[in-house]
Each structure stands twice: as C-alpha cells, then as structure tokens.
Design a protein around this ligand. Structure first.
Ligand code: PLP
Length: 438
C-alpha cells in the first residue's frame, strides 16, 4: 500500500495516461513486454543514454530498447542522416535505391556467412522468411526450435505470430545446450525437418549463452541431415563485429559458426524498423525473379516464393542502417562496448557470489536472475532456471526491478540489461552499488 501511494505521488501523469490508454489499448499498451503494472510508467523522451518520464523523472537507460537502441536516443549522426534523407530523398520511393544495395554490402562484408540477403520490417518477419526459404529448399515443413528460445514456446514467436502462420504440429522443441539430446533429435527427424532455428544466446529466455560444442553440433548435424541451419542473430549480432557467430569457435577446428541463413534485426538500422535475413546464395535464390532459360527447363517469370512488404526497403531504414554500421557501430566501438559489458558482468558476478542472485550473458547484454542455487555457470537452459527458481525468487526478481526503476535505472522486468553507446564506467558503478545494496 505504501509503495502504491508513493508511486501515485511521484507519477501522477503516468497514471493518468495509463488510465486513458486502458480505454483503447488492451492492458494500456501495444507490447506485452512493456507491462509495468502495478506501477505504470509512461516515457516522455530519450536523450543519449537517459530516458525522462512524463512526470520529469530521469532514468539511466540500461536496456536500450531490448538491444535495438544500441546507439542511444537521437544519436547526432542518426539525426543528421534522418534529416538529410527526409529532405533530400523522401521516405519510401516504391523502387530500388542505391542505398539499399550499399547497406546490403555493408552487412555481407561484416558477416562472411551472408552472401545474399533480403530486408523486411522486423526480426519476427526475418525468422518467418528464413523458415519459408528452408521449406522451399527442402520441400519439408517441420522446424526444430529450442525451449526457452524466442521461438521455443515461452514467447511471442511461437505463441503469437508464428502460431498463426505455422501449424503447431510442425514445431519440434529441443533442449538448449543439450549436445547429445539435440544430435539425436536432429538425426531422428531426418527427412521431416526443413530447418533448425536457434539463437547463439537465448536472449528473451534469460541471456543464456549457447556453448560452442552445442552450437557447432547443431550446425554440423543439421547439415549432415539435409536441414537448413538458421541462426537467429536478431539480438546477438551486436555482440561482435561479425555477429556472435564469429565469436563461437568450434572446440575441434576453431572455425566460427557458418549458418546457412542468419536473421537480423533490432539495432542494425540504428533504431528504425528493420529485419533482414541472408546467407547462402543458392538458398536465397528462391527470391530471384529473373527468368531462367535452360534447355529442357520451363522459363519462370516470377521467383519460386514471393517476398512482398511495402516498407522492406524504405529509404529511412536503409540510410540510417548504412550509417549505423559504417560510421557508428564500427569494429573499434563494438569491441569497446562489449569489453565494457564483459567487465560489468564480471563485477556483477562478484556481487552475486553468496547471494540468491546470478548473472548470465555475453558482452554488453546480460540478465540478472534470482535463484535458490547459486552458481551462474549452472544456468545452461531454461529448464535449469525453472528448477532453481522458487516463488520467492520470482518475487525478488520483481522487487529488484521495481527498486531499480525507483532508483532511476531503466532495465527489463525480466532482469535483462543491454548497454548502449555513451554509457560510462561511473554510471555502471552506480548500478553496481545499487545491486550490492539490494
Ligand atoms: N529473435 C529474437 C532472438 C528476438 O529477441 C526478437 C525480439 O526480441 C525477435 C527475433 C523479434 O524481433 P522483432 O521484435 O523485431 O520482431
């Protein structure tokens, strides 16, 4: 009761906006993940790595749009790009533009496994398209995904969008980081499965990194059994200049991952709406509409599968994307931010020792957990987390989040943090102090 009174005193405008929003939007918002009940908070603006709510309270933004806001709010170079694009080019020209292929080249240069790619409007779309490519290429329909993953049952991809698009019986769910179980699952389903879709680190599932042996086993076994290996890098591609795939080295021959198709989204267009999927040229050829005239073959005038989307190559997303990758999130900046994240996570691990807190993650993206069993290294899949978490831990997680917000740290309710450009060591120190006190 005291907390509610305290909230009402400090957030009158947020509360009033929330009450109005409830009249038009289910739950008062448009994204399940942004639910802040019982203390609804409505933001007014973002400035650099700060957010300011409608009641004038300031927050250090430690989640950056669930990793998409990597560049910070209204980065000056992005502002310039937006203004010059709008004034000199226009928003969406309904035609191919040079900037689109320049942006595509920038992506291909960064991710050696991507030979050809296509743009779309979100990470969700990118995954759906990647699956379509795999189905077309293999003539098969089933897809192996992993529990705890964005696609594996806990979150929107499976329950929301895809559940409406792909038959439920077409999903086969494996256990993340289970090397032998996954090898068997893939082999047992040879001839039925079009693709194995996996994240290099399960983001929404709690920032649980895939171990190299697991990810390389998925890749090799999928390939050996005629399945397309799709790596979802929508969240993780920011963790290394060449994506997380370049950082996960095979324990056997030290090569990096080489997905057949990689899906991208979030930060790659500097905060504009974006998705992209790309990989092997022969697979992406299903979108090539040029007629093929070979002796004995029927000419085809359209691509085997269609790829529509009014805003797929809109000028704004293409220009800001190109600027983001070529001039803002350069190799040096990427390396520095993720090194800062690794150091920050190490400090959190120190704080967690001998407490009910644990932390998992890679580079500048991590998740704080509350668990009855203490070792962060023990968390290898969502089943481990479920086993370790009591009802009390769930309450602690929410309390940690409420206190963080109250102290001016904007983090995800699930305990996730994603550092954004412009964040300083001393700002992170402040958060570490808070975590220690908690
Ligand atoms: N894939 C992963 C791993 C994600 O974390 C997300 C979103 O959080 C998506 C796909 C979907 O991306 P979008 O929200 O752009 O549809």
């Amino acid at each position: 009761d005291d907390a509610i009174k305290d909230y009402e005193r400090n957030h009158p405008r947020s509360l009033s906006i929330h009450k109005d929003a409830l009249r038009f939007l289910p739950g008062g918002n448009t994204r399940s993940v942004l639910h802040t009940d019982p203390f609804p908070i409505c933001m007014d603006r973002g400035e650099g790595n700060r957010l300011v709510d409608v009641d004038g309270r300031e927050y250090l933004d430690l989640i950056g749009e669930m990793t998409a806001g990597l560049c910070g709010h209204s980065h000056p170079i992005i502002q310039e790009t937006i203004i010059s694009t709008v004034t000199k080019k226009g928003l969406n020209l309904g035609a191919t533009t040079a900037i689109e292929s320049q942006f595509a080249q920038e992506i291909c240069d960064r991710f050696p496994s991507i030979e050809h790619l296509r743009f779309c409007n979100s990470g969700t779309e990118a995954n759906l398209y990647a699956i379509s490519v795999a189905r077309q290429a293999t003539g098969l329909s089933k897809v192996i995904v992993f529990s705890g993953g964005y696609h594996g049952g806990v979150l929107t991809f499976f329950h929301g969008v895809s559940a409406n698009t792909i038959d439920k019986e077409d999903w086969i769910i494996g256990k993340y980081n289970d090397v032998e179980g996954t090898r068997k699952l893939i082999c047992d389903n040879k001839g039925k499965v079009a693709a194995v879709l996996v994240e290099g680190m399960q983001g929404a599932g709690g920032c649980i990194p895939g171990c190299p042996e697991f990810l390389h086993t998925v890749q090799t076994t999928a390939n050996e059994n005629g399945m397309v290996f799709i790596l979802d890098e929508v969240m993780t591609s920011r963790l290394d200049h060449g994506g997380l795939q370049s950082r996960v080295l095979s324990p056997e021959d030290h090569t990096s991952l080489k997905p057949d198709i990689t899906t991208l989204g979030k930060y790659i267009a500097g905060g504009m709406t974006i998705g992209a999927f790309g990989g092997r040229k022969d697979l992406l050829a299903v979108y090539d509409p040029r007629p093929v005239s070979m002796p004995g073959k029927t000419q085809r005038l359209v691509s085997p599968i269609s790829h529509s989307g009014t805003f797929n190559n809109n000028t704004l997303a293409m220009s800001v994307g190109l600027t983001t990758l070529s001039t803002i999130y350069t190799l040096q900046v990427c390396t520095k931010l993720n090194a800062m994240g690794d150091k920050f996570r190490q400090s959190l691990l120190e704080i967690c020792r001998d407490t009910r807190m644990a932390v998992t993650g890679v580079g500048a993206v991590c998740n704080i957990h509350f668990v009855s069993q203490r070792l962060s290294e023990d968390i290898r899949c969502v089943e481990d987390l479920e086993e370790m978490q009591t009802e009390f831990d769930a309450i602690l997680k929410d309390l940690f989040w409420f206190h963080a917000i109250r102290r001016g740290f904007w983090i995800a309710r699930r305990g996730m943090l994603a550092l954004i450009l412009g964040t300083t060591e001393s700002e992170l120190e402040e958060f570490l102090e808070f975590a220690k006190e908690f």
